[in-house]
Design a protein around this ligand. Structure first.
Ligand code: AGP
Length: 612
């Protein structure tokens, strides 16, 4: 998704903007640019990476203490220099960077053309910046912020914008509707960004804009209002990102760093919530609505991508232990269906970023039905965390790699805690089973660590399959969603087509795919489904498929059947996803690196899909 940065203060803006753009690279983009206000506006923008813009700037002399910057993830208009942001109005009065989609841009563009405006780019953003200028030119008394308000009142769609005006060169204007914006509060300076990561280390406190909010930032003044010019109360939050989270350390990629952080992040997720005597599970963020959750007639869990896979595991956990019916929904489908939600239904929305447009739309639809909405989220201050009735933060720390890894295991860990807490409240779990599970959960970080030590062995397996065209992932029970997740990891970072399937579905179609060119990754720990999954392995081998199996340490029974195996420690079946996913993350990572793919910023992908 696009990334926005802005600065106003006493320092030269350019280096601050460039550093911010580098910290936004993880969002995925195809071009970058900055605009600086120094009496006049100077715009520098290029297709390609931030480093290419930086190289280009070596020969320029950027100056100005007010500026805006942007990394563009193309929606309207192909990636090129002209379509890159900032976009400037025809009269060169306004420059603007934008994250989002102006849905009625065509109609607005036609109106502006009729007024004599000419366009150079194919972007919806250029329409917006010219609309602002058009509003500005309607009267001497109209200020830059009034022009922005007037223009935004004519717009439908999502936006996060930062605007500078060459005629009012003491202010930076920002506004948000659907695409997040965070303002870092410095001393005599303000920092603006699409999320809090570029602000880490620059400001201790932030203001998260809400939809329809608009802020006018001047060196010593911060005015917050909405686009109807009504003042809005300021909520200042502490920024709790350690800047150490934002570098790769000894790792080649953020994704590898985050895979290796999982022993710690899983522990951070349950620490303080699972008391040392394993008696009580404490989920403070749910307690004020807990009776409504315990008495839910149904739980709906909504998410996208990896978060949706975690939701599928939550379904198994909650139904098996808490005996509450669960439905799992793709947010992008739910938001357009006419869902039936009863007053005793509880809706969980699961999102690492807390800014996924489809998931936020699903949240808002659920709220329209008046049901209790609960957020399972990783980013404090995100829209999801602020718009749900209650929730649980997964405490995985900033996840920079586009491919989600540590957030997935943290999401699953949270749902283990939720399922067990509900089960205990409802008396639907035997005490010995509860104790077994909570004690085993406490052992998971150490077991994940053992698997991580096999990374080089997994790289050897990756070498055998890096030229595969397709791959099939199979799992049963709690491990069926892990098969889906393993396939997603492979396809999104190595660009190899991969499908995850419930192993029992093999005979209903996928077995037709099997031949000696097809690697079949089978998750086959010694659990209740073991015999069944061994049969599936035999079916694949009978058709010359290559089987890479994730098996329980010490399982010698099926070695002869396997082309490759990766052993994982034994654990409780309900916790197996936390272990089985680790080798699949590493397999995808190593294959992608060996294929020369851009692991942290895979093509076409964004870390947080803040537009539809
Ligand atoms: C996962 O590796 C992908 N990057 C993607 O599927 C992601 O899980 C999805 O976009 C949902 O993101 P969210 O959890 O931030 O809502």
């Amino acid at each position: 998704m696009c990334g926005i940065v802005g600065y106003i203060g006493d320092k030269e803006a350019f280096p601050i903007l460039m550093d911010g753009l580098k910290k936004l690279e993880y969002r995925g983009y195809d071009s970058a640019g900055v605009a600086l206000l120094n009496g006049k506006t100077e715009i520098f923008k290029k297709m390609g990476k931030v480093l290419e813009l930086e190289d280009f700037m070596q020969s320029q002399h950027p100056a100005g203490k007010i500026g805006i910057g942007h990394t563009r993830w193309a929606t309207h208009g192909e990636p090129n220099d002209v379509n890159a942001h900032p976009q400037e109005s025809m009269g060169k009065i306004f420059s603007l960077v934008h994250n989002g989609i102006i849905e009625n841009f065509q109609q607005l563009k036609e109106g502006l053309i009729a007024q004599g405006y000419r366009f150079t780019s194919e972007t919806d953003t250029e329409v917006l910046v010219n609309l602002i200028e058009h509003c500005y030119n309607q009267g001497e008394e109209i200020t830059a912020e009034t022009a922005v308000q007037l223009a935004l009142s004519k717009v439908t769609g999502a936006y996060g914008i930062a605007v500078i005006c060459s005629r009012e060169s003491d202010k930076l204007i920002v506004a948000r509707n659907g695409s997040p914006l965070v303002i870092g509060l410095g001393s005599g300076e303000y920092f603006v960004a699409s999320d809090s990561i570029p602000i880490a280390g620059l400001a201790q406190h932030v203001v998260y804009l809400n939809d329809q909010d608009m802020a006018v930032l001047q060196k010593d003044q911060f005015t917050l209002k909405n686009i109807k010019n009504i003042p809005v109360s300021l909520t200042v939050s502490a920024l709790n990102i350690e800047s150490g989270e934002l570098d790769k350390g000894p790792f080649e990629h953020f994704m590898l760093k985050e895979i290796f952080e999982q022993p710690n992040t899983i522990e951070q997720t349950f620490k303080g919530r699972l008391n040392p005597e394993y008696q009580e599970i404490v989920l403070g963020g749910l307690m004020h609505v807990y009776p409504r959750i315990v008495n839910a007639s149904r739980i709906v869990i909504i998410g996208c991508g990896t978060s949706w896979h975690a939701a599928l595991i939550a379904e198994y956990l909650i139904e098996e232990y808490a005996r509450i019916p669960v439905d799992v929904e793709y947010a992008s489908e739910f938001r357009y269906r006419k869902p039936v939600l009863g007053e005793n239904d509880v809706v969980f929305l699961i999102s690492q970023s807390g800014e996924t447009a489809d998931t936020l739309a699903a949240l808002r639809l659920a709220r329209e039905h008046g049901v209790l909405t609960l957020g399972i989220c990783n980013v404090v201050g995100s829209s999801l965390s602020r718009e749900t009735d209650a929730g649980v933060f997964i405490h995985a720390g900033s996840e920079i790699g586009v491919a989600s890894t540590k957030a997935f295991t943290a999401q699953v860990t949270v749902f283990v805690l939720i399922a067990l807490k509900l089960a205990r409240s409802k008396g639907t779990i035997q005490e010995d089973e509860y104790q077994t599970l909570v004690h085993e959960l406490a052992e998971i970080p150490a077991k994940v660590n053992l698997i991580l030590q096999k990374s080089e062995q997994i790289k050897v397996v990756a070498l055998k399959y890096l030229d595969a065209i397709n791959a099939l992932y199979l799992g049963r029970g709690y491990l069926f969603p892990v098969a889906l997740e393993g396939a997603l990891k492979l396809k999104e970072i190595s660009y190899i087509h991969a499908e995850g399937y419930a192993a029992g579905e093999m005979k209903h179609g996928p077995i037709a795919l099997v031949d000696n060119n097809l690697p079949v990754i089978v998750i086959a720990p010694q659990d209740a489904w073991y015999e069944k999954i061994v049969s599936n392995i035999q079916e694949v081998k009978a058709r010359k498929g290559n089987v890479i199996a994730i098996i329980t340490e010490g399982d010698t029974g099926i070695k002869e059947l396997l082309d490759d195996k990766i052993e994982i420690p034994e654990t409780h079946p309900a916790l197996a996803p936390l272990l089985a996913v680790i080798p699949l993350q590493l397999l995808a990572y190593h294959i992608a690196v060996l294929r020369g793919c851009h692991v942290d910023q895979p093509r076409n992908l964004a870390k947080s899909v803040t537009v539809e």
